[in-house]
Design a protein around this ligand. Structure first.
Ligand code: PGA
Length: 252
């Protein structure tokens, strides 16, 4: 069955003490909430994983790294591998965010390797895709999404696919205050589900969770989440305040 998920992506924000406070506040709010209609995940900097794991109930609040290396161990100064992430008790990793693709030159091929290593380490993957404004204006949305998903994910087995969550994040909507309209987002989500159906069949496509990301906030989340192919959100800015994040978590 398809799961709804609201995941926070803190990006490069908060010190460890600040992050622990925020995680505690989210954990307490989730523990007190009645009848939540979605799973909750927080994506935090590598430095925070171990400390945050200690203050959350991992059965109620999932814990994600925001990246992992394309190697498991060795002479890669400054990198953090998927087995290292898993050893903190985290159960998710966000891969392919447009900021990583753009600023750190992550290619389809590199992301394919990262996805494989993450799954091998037992992590679930929140895999991001999305077009730039220029690509949208040139009518290339479907080409971009299809390439990003198929080149890095379509080598997986149906069994591996059960550990993949897709996040559609139009780059022009990230951190800009410009949300895709509900219909714009739904159109791409339906296209993504169609791609998954072509590759893995209708049942697996129906079971796949597809999140929307890009200036999602408590005020626009209910309308976005009401769309048939939008199964939750990947939340940047609004995940940095527990009250705002919970406003989105409770939007279903
Ligand atoms: P935003 O970021 O919610 O701040 O737009 C979303 C994301 O980049 O995951």
């Amino acid at each position: 069955m398809r799961k709804n998920i609201v995941a926070g992506n803190w990006k490069m924000n908060t010190t460890v003490p600040e992050g622990v406070e925020l995680a505690k506040a989210v954990n307490d709010a989730v523990a007190q909430a009645q009848d939540l209609k979605c799973d909750v995940v927080i994506g935090v900097p590598f430095t925070h994983l171990t400390a945050v794991k200690q203050v959350i109930d991992i059965n109620k609040v999932g814990l994600a790294a925001e990246n992992c290396a394309d190697h498991n161990s060795g002479a890669y100064t400054g990198e953090v591998s998927a087995p290292m992430v898993a050893s903190t008790g985290a159960n998710y990793v966000i891969l392919g965010h447009s900021e990583r693709r753009g600023y750190y030159n992550e290619s389809y091929e590199m992301l394919k390797t990262k996805v494989d290593l993450a799954l091998e380490a037992g992590l679930k993957v929140i895999f991001c895709c999305g077009e730039s404004l220029e690509e949208r204006e040139a009518g290339k949305v479907e080409d971009v999404i299809k390439a990003e998903i198929s080149e890095s994910l379509f080598h997986l087995t149906p069994e591996q696919w059960t550990n993949i969550v897709i996040a559609y994040e139009p780059i022009w909507a990230i951190g800009t205050g410009k949300t895709a309209t509900n219909d714009q987002a739904e159109e791409v989500h339906a296209f993504i589900r169609g791609l998954v159906a072509e590759k893995f069949g209708k049942q697996i496509a129906d079971d796949t969770t597809i999140l929307y990301g890009g200036s999602c906030k408590p005020s626009n989340a209910p309308e976005l989440f009401a769309k048939p192919d939008i199964d939750g959100g990947l939340i940047g800015g609004a995940s940095l305040k527990a009250a705002d994040f919970m406003g989105i978590v409770t939007a279903f």
